[in-house]
Design a protein around this ligand. Sequence first.
Ligand code: TYC
Length: 119
Amino acid sequence: MSGPKQPAKPPVDIDNGGPATGTAVKSRTKTKKPAMYKVLMLNDDYTPMEFVVHVLERFFQKSVDEASRIMMHVHQRGLGVCGVFTYEVAETKVGQVMDLARQHQHPLQCTIEKDDDGE
Ligand code: TYC
């Protein structure tokens, strides 16, 4: 910047339609929802079906029936959705599944995919 220096002005409240209290307030209601992420489970030829059902019950709060349905879907179609979560929760669940699978020496794989529904 160049030219003569302007005298310092005191800060001014912005009137953005809030109540006449003399204080600027944000009148817009925050409606933005957090980005959501799908946890996907991948099929393989070695992980036992019962182990996959157990994982879905333990980490994704599925009933035996729902867990069995998801497991069979993955077995037949190659992949399936275990649930939809915020990024942190999705990451944690993937870690928990992969840790348990590793402990049992199963090759079960899980991944995260951004959920673009309702955008
Ligand atoms: N295909 C495996 C089998 O026949 C079962 C399986 C299902 C493995 C789902 C992984 O994500 C999976 N034992």
